[in-house]
Design a protein around this ligand. Structure first.
Ligand code: SAM
Ligand code: DTB
Ligand code: SF4
Length: 325
């Protein structure tokens, strides 16, 4: 399986997966109430339905990325991209991590706008992982593609989770990114799994993909063996200047369906309602929790774009009787 740069008119047959795409599509086709009931039933078999895990993000190296991911404001290709900034120092990282812990987060996720870390980039990150972990937080990193031996170094520093998203179905991939292919992503996930680090892998919807392609993304994630412990489902945050700015918005009900299908396919994974929450009403977020989402990014910033303020999330949790896990 490799990426394809052919035009969008060319229709690809879905790639064969352990979990067949057709069965995933059949879930998407169910009446909404039946789908949500099934998702909530599955959810209750494995989790406390009123608990939500809180992860806080910090961009430790922002902007100037050589990759061409069409959704991303940190790629240096768009003319008004986020400027290239130096890596944060350890004190800034620890200040942010302590604030996240005080606000109730249990996991701290450090992201870098890299294709992948060079050894001289990884060394300071290992120190950050060690010290954030020493604060009593779970640690997560998202640094791009990993080379041989890097996952083991991260594990030895105390990394609990590595986030690396498949982003979209293989059939759609070539329309979004040309600088790395789908198999490169699977390869990094294998390295993470092989080192014994928990896998955090999800994708983005609302990029103009078809329902079949949303099903294709979830079929790929559910076919990872074992499935990822953590599955972030991002709704595209449309940033001006990025190639995907202006894409037709995804119907919120279809987004809720995506969460429900993820929950049914990966019953023991944490499904994270991820990017896109700032633009979402409380009602749509509540439906996502009913559909089985049991994790969020918590804190007023994602990497470079906004996320609901702590106070708004606390008010929503109070309204719904949700508790931090
Ligand atoms: N550079 C590394 C990489 O791409 O692997 C790590 C950081 S990257 C920003 C992490 C993930 O954020 C991407 O894989 C993508 O799924 C998500 N992401 C980036 N920009 C986004 C956007 N505008 N809307 C939604 N998700 C986005
Ligand atoms: C994930 O799946 N979503 C997060 C995290 N993993 C790294 C990133 C969302 C980024 C949204 C755009 C931005 O803030 O730059
Ligand atoms: Fe770079 Fe990651 Fe953004 Fe792609 S998603 S442009 S690799 S920062």
């Amino acid at each position: 399986m490799s990426s394809c740069n052919c035009s969008s008119i060319h229709v690809h047959k879905p790639v064969d997966t352990k979990v067949p795409v057709e069965s995933v599509e059949a879930l998407f086709e169910k009446p909404f109430n039946d789908l949500l009931f099934e998702a909530q039933t599955v959810h209750r078999q494995h989790f406390d339905p009123n608990k939500v895990q809180l992860s806080t993000l910090l961009s430790i190296k922002t902007g100037g990325c050589p990759e061409d991911c069409g959704y991303c404001p940190q790629s240096k290709r768009p003319p008004d991209a986020v400027p290239d900034e130096p890596m944060l120092d350890i004190d800034a990282v620890l200040t942010a991590a302590k604030a996240a812990k005080d606000a109730g987060a249990t996991r701290f996720c450090m992201g870098a706008a890299w294709r992948g870390p060079k050894q001289r980039d990884l060394d300071p990150v290992l120190g950050m992982v060690r010290e954030v972990k020493a604060l009593g937080l779970e640690t997560c990193c998202t640094l791009g593609m990993l080379r041989e031996g890097q996952a083991e170094q991260l594990r030895d520093a105390g990394l609990d989770y590595y986030n690396h998203n498949l982003d979209c179905a293989p059939e759609f991939y070539g329309e979004i990114i040309s600088t790395r292919d789908f198999d490169d992503r699977l390869d990094t996930l294998n390295k993470v799994r092989g080192a014994g680090i928990n896998v955090c892998a999800g994708g983005i919807v609302g990029m103009g993909e078809s329902r079949m392609q949303r099903a294709g993304l979830l079929a790929q994630l559910a076919s990872l063996d074992p499935p990822p412990e953590s599955v972030p489902i991002n709704l595209l945050v449309q940033v001006e200047g990025t190639p995907l700015h202006g894409t037709e918005a995804l119907d919120p009900i279809e987004f809720v369906r995506t969460i429900a299908v993820a929950r049914i396919l990966m019953p023991t994974s944490h499904v994270r309602l991820s990017a896109g929450r700032q633009q979402m009403s409380d009602a749509v977020q509540s439906l996502c929790f009913l559909a089985g989402a049991n994790s969020i990014f918590y804190g007023d910033k994602l990497l470079t774009t906004g996320n609901p303020e702590w106070e708004r999330d606390q008010a929503l949790f109070n309204k719904l009787g949700l508790m931090p896990a």
